[in-house]
Ligand binder design. Structure first.
Ligand code: MG
Length: 412
C-alpha cells in the first residue's frame, strides 16, 4: 500500500472562542469559522483522518464582549484558506511511502521541521495522528488497543479558562470559587485553575499584569468553595521569577493542591530544578518547551519537574509522544497529558504508570461544554457523574464519529 495524497477538507465550521494578545483562549460568540480535516489517502482506498473535536457553546442570553473592546462582525464572509506550503513540502516525503512505516515517515518529517519555515510541529503531529487513525481503520481496532490498551475509563479534571475582567466571568477570587463549586456539583472530582495571564500593551502601558498574591487568593477561594476532598491544581502565569513561583508553591502546598504547573519560562531549567528542591508539592512540566522527547528526558535527568508533561500536539504526534509515555514509565514518573481530545484519551488509556487526570475544557461560566460539535455525530469525551470519561474504544482508529452530511453540506 502506498500514500497517494495528503490534503485538507475545508468546511464551514463554528468558532466559539477568541484569543487575547498572548494567544490564550477566552469565550467568544457562536459564529461561522473556516475549519479543516487533514486526510491521508492511499492507492487501496484506505484513508486516515485528523479531525478537530474541541467545541462548546455560549449559554443563551450571554453577550460576550470582544477582547479588544471592539464590535463583533458576525456576518463577515468566511473563505477557504490559501494553500498550505508546509503540507506541499511534506508531500515530497509522504507520497509513495508505506503508510504503516510511521517511524520512518516521522523521522523524515522531523528533520524537515528542524529548520523551521513552513513545516510546523502541529502539522507533523496532525499527519502522524492521521497515519495512526488509518492503521486503526486497517486493523479494525481502536487506537487504545493499538497503543497497548490498559484502561477504558479515565478520571477528568475541570480545567478553567484563563482569568478575565468580565462581569460574570473569571474576574475575581470569588468568581473562581463560585465556578469551581459549580464544576464539582456537575461531577468533577478535580479542578485546575488557569489564572490571570492577560498582560498586554495599551500604548506604552502594560495592562493586566498577573500577580502571585492574586493567584493565591484565587486558590484559597477555590479550596474554601469545594472543601478538602477535591483535587486542585494551578496553571499560572508562565513568567514568574523563581521566588514568586516558590511563594505560590508554598501557599498551595498549605492548601493541599496536587500540582503546580509551569510557573516559569520552561527554558529556565535551573530554576525549575531549584523550585523542585524547595517544594514538597509536585511541579509539572515541561509543556511548551520545544525538543520533544529529548527535552522531557533532560528534565527527568536533571530533576527539573516531578510530573512530566506532553501531548501529541506538543511534540509532533502520537509516535514521539508514546516514547515519552514509556520513558516516564521506566523512571516511575507519571506523565500528565496536556489538553483533551481522542488522542489524549487513547494515550492515557494505554499507560501503565498513568498520569492521573484527563484535562477537560477549557471551561468558563459563559460556556456550555456538554454539547456535540455539529461536524461530529457524537461528543468525544462525555463525563459521568463520578467524573469519569470513557476512552473511545468502539470505533476503529481515533474513534471520532464524523458527521459527513454536515461536512459535505458545508464544504468551502
Ligand atoms: Mg498548561
Amino acid at each position: 500500500m502506498k500514500i497517494t495524497d495528503v490534503k485538507r477538507i475545508h468546511f464551514r465550521g463554528k468558532a466559539t472562542w477568541q484569543s487575547d494578545p498572548c494567544g490564550h483562549g477566552h469565550p467568544g460568540p457562536l459564529r461561522d469559522s473556516p475549519m479543516s480535516i487533514l486526510v491521508v489517502e492511499t492507492d487501496e482506498g484506505l484513508r486516515g483522518y485528523d479531525v478537530p473535536t474541541m467545541y462548546q457553546e455560549p449559554y443563551d442570553g450571554i453577550d460576550i464582549p470582544k477582547w479588544d473592546g471592539g464590535k463583533w462582525d458576525l456576518s463577515a464572509p468566511i473563505k477557504k484558506p490559501d494553500a498550505d506550503p508546509g503540507l506541499e513540502r511534506l508531500k515530497s516525503v509522504l507520497i509513495g511511502e508505506d503508510p504503516f512505516a510511521r517511524e520512518r515517515i516521522w523521522d523524515k518529517m522531523h528533520k524537515m521541521e528542524r529548520m523551521g519555515g513552513t513545516v510546523s510541529q502541529r502539522l507533523v503531529s496532525s499527519i502522524d495522528c492521521a497515519l495512526w487513525d488509518m492503521f486503526g481503520r486497517y486493523c479494525n481496532l481502536p487506537l487504545l488497543k493499538l497503543l497497548g490498551g490498559h484502561r477504558e475509563q479515565v478520571l477528568a479534571y475541570g480545567s478553567t479558562m484563563c482569568g478575565d475582567h468580565w462581569e460574570g466571568g473569571l474576574n475575581s477570587a470569588e468568581a473562581y470559587g463560585k465556578f469551581a463549586k459549580k464544576l464539582v456539583e456537575h461531577g468533577y472530582k478535580a479542578v485546575k485553575l488557569h489564572t490571570l495571564m492577560d498582560e498586554h500593551w495599551d500604548g506604552n502601558n502594560w495592562v493586566g499584569s498577573p500577580d502571585v498574591n492574586y493567584d493565591i487568593e484565587c486558590c484559597e477561594a477555590v479550596r474554601d468553595a469545594v472543601g478538602p476532598d477535591i483535587d486542585l491544581m494551578i496553571d499560572c502565569f508562565h513568567h514568574y521569577d523563581r521566588y514568586s513561583a516558590l511563594k505560590l508553591g508554598k501557599a498551595i502546598e498549605r492548601l493541599g493542591f496536587v500540582w503546580l504547573e509551569e510557573p516559569m519560562d520552561e527554558y529556565n531549567v535551573s530554576s525549575y530544578k531549584w523550585l523542585c528542591d524547595n517544594l514538597e508539592i509536585p511541579v509539572l512540566g515541561p509543556e511548551t518547551a520545544a525538543g520533544k522527547y529529548y527535552t522531557r528526558a533532560e528534565w527527568i535527568k536533571y530533576g527539573a519537574s516531578d510530573l512530566n508533561r506532553c501531548s501529541a500536539g506538543d511534540v509532533g504526534g502520537i509516535t514521539p509522544a508514546m516514547k515519552i509515555v514509556h520513558l516516564c514509565e521506566t523512571f516511575g514518573i507519571p506523565c500528565e497529558l496536556h489538553g483533551g481530545g481522542p488522542i489524549t484519551l487513547a494515550m492515557m488509556g494505554a499507560m501503565t504508570i498513568p498520569g492521573k487526570y484527563f484535562e477537560r475544557g477549557l471551561l468558563h461560566p459563559f460556556m456550555n461544554y456538554e454539547v456535540c460539535a455539529p461536524w461530529l455525530n457524537k461528543m468525544i469525551d462525555p463525563m459521568d457523574k463520578n467524573g469519569m470519561v470513557e476512552v473511545p474504544h468502539t470505533l476503529p482508529g481515533a474513534g471520532v464519529d464524523i458527521n459527513w452530511d454536515y461536512i459535505n453540506d458545508n464544504l468551502l
